[in-house]
Structures are given as structure tokens and as C-alpha cells.
Design a protein. Structure first.
Lengths: 285, 269
């Protein structure tokens, strides 16, 4: 039977982690609600000059106004939506490509595996942003989609490498051999054993990738390679506020806070997700 | 009696190095054969080669006939139908023999469902569940309903090994390969698992290929033994003959070692 102190310790750890999960879920949920809300309603028309230029925060303009007199809070709300769309899109693309390549590498012959592993290492050594810039530059022009695809492809290398290592570890287990002996095909083994065993670790990693994708999108937009105007990405808001950062610092602080808050929320959520995905870490009933 | 598994001149090589050479033996249906040898003597590799599941990088030569089909050099796809119908395996380490992220009931159910589809029997949820509980009961697991709903980490090592045996039985194989099934267990549990295996093999008239380095364990579990050393067979024959009048030096030293250990235990207070 298990030592009592062990149960107490793990249940304490669990309380802390579920607190993290709740906080993360609240923050990400808030961004999600705001992002969805902008589809039907915003406090002001995002393109209209609704106030004076570079106003400080007030009751009418919660985050002040930018140098054209547009309501900054409206723009940040729209930025939420863009960040979530890019994050989700990039993670889906990254996961689809990454998991497929990772599984192929795990099952491949030694030569193909070595080639794929070396290719992934090179891709990972390449800075994500540079890779994304190359992809954006080689397409017709910057748009929301090129940003999503570029970040997704850059992320896929990390997902692929992780999937490959995790799958290889699972493949060495006796239950895979036992399952093979009882007549399961390789595809069956992937569906029944490998994906469920790889999933908890992968899920946490994908959530972290989501946070990185949000930051990568802000960086691309900051460099003018993200979604073009009128899409108010946080990165572009930061870039626009740069010229007036000494006279009106809140123009840079407000989108910065929104960005940091979302990334922290996602990281907290990722921490809590592992417990939900992995039954061996769940509390005994 | 026809041979279920017949190995002729089996050799296993890894990068120019010979790990197993000129191994020949056969297992008739219903027969219990022990494969003994020290660690690294090639007993587990021989068993893996018998079902065509050698790790990558190892090459088998010679001939392995499993249920009348040639295994050496066969494509994996052709071997899938053989596995399960003809042979199933119980492994040494019960912790890694069960998928940690699947409840016991579901793991056994997967094996039962594959068997049911293979034999064209009904594979609806109620039939499967009934058979899963029945199997858990046959391997003498207490409270089958509770065990079926447990995760592998929630039950003990002996219970896990019983669950692994239930999974192997679910395939209704003609030959059960037990690769050191009791090594990771304590002595009491070991005896229980051996009794269980012995009873199941008799009841179901299965052949048993029992792999172990533990002489007394093998002596009680099988009819005939094959002694392996450095990848070669040094002796084989009925268990009584081999253990009472060992002809090869190595077997003699093994038997002597086991005896002196027994004597030491009897002298000890």
C-alpha cells in the first residue's frame, strides 16, 4: 500500500496545480470572450477617431487613445481575437505536421530516421522568427494567413522532435510487443497505445507552443510582417506606440500587458492540463 | 502430436556478431518446455525470433516453423494472423507489460475484441465485458469488477502480472511464451503465479515455453528443458533426467549452485 505521507504530499501539489489551471483558464477564457465579442460589438469603431490624440486612460477611453485618436482599448480587444486565431491556427498546423513527421521518424528505418532527425535539428536551430520571415517574404505578401502558416511550420519541428522521442520510448515498452503479438497492426498500435501515451506530454507542449505562437505573431507584426492594417495586432500597436513612448507610455504598456497576461494565462493552463490528461497523476479515488 | 513450434538451426546475428547459433528444439501442442540459461545466453532473443519480433538490427537465420508457417524472413504482415491465434506472451516486468494509460478492463477487452473479430464471434460491448470479467476471475484476481476499473498503477505487481496473463489468455493461443514471468515478483507471489500458469496450461491444453534463469522455478513448471549458454544449446531432455544426471559441465554447475543454495536455506535457522 502507498505511504500516507506520499498521498498527502501529492494532494497538496495537486491543489497548487489546479489553482494554476483555474487561474489560467480564467485568463484565457477572458481573452476568448473578448475576442468573440469583437466579432459583434466593440466600444468604438476601431477605425474612427473617437477622441483626441494620445489621450491618457479615462472613463470614456479605458486604455487612452493612439496618435490618430482611435480608442486603444477597442484595438487591444481586436488584438485578442487576432492573437487567439493565430495561436490556434499555428498550433493546429504545427501539431498536424509535427505529429505526423514525428511518428514517421519513430517507425522509420534507421537511415530515414537519422535523416529526419538531422533535418528537424537544423530546422530547430534556425530562429523561428527568421524562418517565419522567410516564409512571409516568399509568399505574395504579409497577411494573417501567411503569419499563421509560417509560425505553424516553425513550431512543427519542435512538435515533431518531441513526438519522435516520446513515441520511440513508448515503442520500446513490453505492452507494445504484447499488443503486436496478440495481432494488432502498426496503425492499431499508434491509435490504441502510442497516441494516448504521448498525448499528456504533447498537450502541455502544444499549449506552450500556443503562447510562443502569440509572441511570434506579435514580433512579426512589430516588424511589419504580420497581419496588415486594419488588423490591429498587438505587435503592430506596440510598434505604432514606439515613436511616442516617452510622451504617451500607456500606448505601449496597454497592449504589452494584454500580451503578457495571455501568455502567462496559457502557461498556467498548460501546467494544469497535464494533470487532466495523465491518469497516473490524478488523485486516487 | 504435431509440433506447434519447431526451430531448426536458428542463428541470430547483430552486426557481424553471432548472439545465438545452431539452436534447434521443438514444442509439441500441450507440451511444457523450459528454456534455461544465464543472463545474455540468448533465451529471450530465441523467443522473440520464434514470433518474428526481433529488435531492429538483429538478423535471424535458419528455420522457425510456427504453426506450420516459416517465420524467418517472412514479412511482418504475414505474421500478424499467426500471432495471437498461435502464440501469446507474458513478459518479465509486469509494469511495462501493461499500458499505463489504459484501465485494466479496457486492455483485456482490446485483446478479447481482436480475438472475437478474428473468430467471427459477436463483439458487442456486453459479450466482451462478460468475457473480460470471466478472464480476470480465471486468473484469480479478487473483485474482477473493481480491478477492471483500475489503472495499472493502482494495483500490485502480482495483480498486474495476473492481468497480463489474462490478456495473453484472451487471445486463446495454442502456445504461451512466458519470458521470466516471475522474476520481478517476490517469492510468495512467484509461487502463486507459477501455480496459476500451471493450472491454466493444463485446463486449456496450451503448450508452454517457459523462459527462466531460475532452476527450481523451471523444474516445477515444465516437462522438458533446453539449457542455453552463450547462444548455444548445451543440453536438453526431460526435466528429471537433466536435473538429476546433468551431463554437461555447465548444467552440473547450475544444478550444484541451486542445491548449495537450497542446503544453505535448510541449515539457516
Amino acid at each position: 500500500m502507498t505511504d500516507t505521507s506520499l498521498i498527502v504530499a501529492s494532494s497538496e501539489g495537486r491543489t497548487r496545480r489546479s489553482w494554476a489551471f483555474t487561474a489560467g483558464a480564467v485568463i484565457v477564457g477572458l481573452h476568448l470572450i473578448i475576442g468573440l465579442l469583437t466579432l459583434v460589438w466593440t466600444p468604438y469603431d476601431p477605425a474612427a477617431m473617437s477622441g483626441g490624440r494620445l489621450e491618457t486612460p479615462s472613463f470614456a477611453h479605458w486604455a487612452g487613445t493612439d496618435r490618430l485618436g482611435r480608442d486603444l482599448f477597442t484595438l487591444i480587444m481586436i488584438g485578442s481575437r487576432i492573437a487567439l486565431v493565430v495561436g490556434t491556427g499555428a498550433v493546429i498546423i504545427g501539431a498536424a505536421i509535427g505529429i505526423t513527421i514525428g511518428l514517421i521518424a519513430a517507425f522509420a528505418s534507421k537511415t530515414l530516421d537519422d535523416v529526419l532527425a538531422a533535418g528537424l535539428d537544423i530546422l530547430i536551430a534556425f530562429p523561428t522568427l527568421l524562418l517565419a520571415m522567410l516564409i512571409v517574404a516568399s509568399s505574395d505578401g504579409a497577411s494573417l494567413w501567411t503569419a499563421i502558416v509560417a509560425i505553424g511550420i516553425a513550431n512543427s519541428a519542435i512538435v515533431a522532435r518531441l513526438t519522435r522521442i516520446l513515441a520511440k520510448r513508448v515503442l520500446r515498452m513490453d505492452y507494445i510487443t504484447a499488443s503486436r503479438i496478440s495481432g494488432t497492426s502498426w496503425l492499431g498500435v499508434v491509435a490504441i497505445h502510442i497516441l494516448p501515451n504521448v498525448w499528456p506530454t504533447l498537450l502541455v507542449n502544444l499549449a506552450l507552443q500556443f503562447g510562443l505562437a502569440v509572441i511570434a505573431e506579435a514580433s512579426l507584426s512589430y516588424l511589419g510582417l504580420g497581419a496588415p492594417p486594419p488588423n490591429a495586432s498587438w505587435g503592430r500597436l506596440l510598434q505604432e506606440a514606439q515613436g511616442t513612448v516617452y510622451t504617451a507610455p500607456f500606448g505601449a504598456i496597454a497592449p504589452g500587458i494584454a500580451l503578457v497576461l495571455l501568455v502567462i494565462g496559457i502557461n498556467l493552463l498548460a501546467d494544469g492540463l497535464r494533470d487532466i490528461a495523465d491518469p497516473t497523476r490524478r488523485r486516487r479515488r | 502430436m504435431s509440433s506447434l513450434l519447431s526451430i531448426e538451426g536458428l542463428s541470430i546475428e547483430a552486426g557481424g556478431q553471432t548472439l545465438v547459433s545452431d539452436v534447434s528444439f521443438s514444442v509439441a501442442s500441450g507440451e511444457r518446455l523450459g528454456l534455461i540459461g544465464e543472463s545474455g545466453s540468448g533465451k529471450s532473443l530465441t523467443a522473440l525470433a520464434a514470433i518474428g519480433l526481433l529488435p531492429e538490427g538483429l538478423r535471424a537465420g535458419g528455420s522457425v516453423l510456427l504453426g506450420g508457417k516459416q517465420v524467418v524472413g517472412a514479412r511482418d504482415r504475414d505474421l500478424v494472423p499467426l500471432r495471437g491465434t498461435t502464440v501469446a506472451t507474458v513478459f518479465q516486468e509486469p509494469l511495462t507489460a501493461l499500458d499505463p494509460l489504459m484501465k485494466i478492463g479496457r486492455q483485456v477487452a482490446e485483446a478479447v475484441r481482436r480475438r472475437a473479430r478474428r473468430d467471427g464471434q459477436p463483439s458487442d460491448e456486453t459479450t466482451i465485458t462478460r468475457e473480460v470479467l470471466d478472464l480476470l476471475d480465471q486468473v484469480a484476481l479478487p473483485q474482477p469488477e473493481r480491478i477492471a476499473k483500475s489503472w495499472p498503477h493502482e494495483i500490485s505487481g502480482g495483480q498486474r502480472q495476473r492481468a497480463a496473463i489474462a490478456m495473453a489468455l484472451a487471445c486463446r493461443p495454442e502456445l504461451l511464451i512466458a519470458d521470466e514471468p516471475t522474476t520481478a515478483l517476490d517469492v510468495t507471489t512467484q509461487a502463486e503465479i507459477l501455480d496459476l500458469l500451471g493450472r491454466l496450461v493444463r485446463e486449456r491444453n496450451m503448450a508452454l515455453l517457459f523462459i527462466s534463469h531460475d532452476l527450481p522455478v523451471v523444474a516445477n513448471a515444465v516437462d522438458r528443458v533446453v539449457v542455453l549458454r552463450h547462444g548455444r544449446i548445451v543440453e536438453q531432455g526431460p526435466v528429471g533426467t537433466v536435473f538429476q544426471q546433468p551431463s554437461h559441465d555447465y548444467t552440473q554447475s547450475l544444478v550444484a549452485a541451486a542445491r548449495s543454495f537450497d542446503n544453505a536455506l535448510e541449515i539457516a535457522p
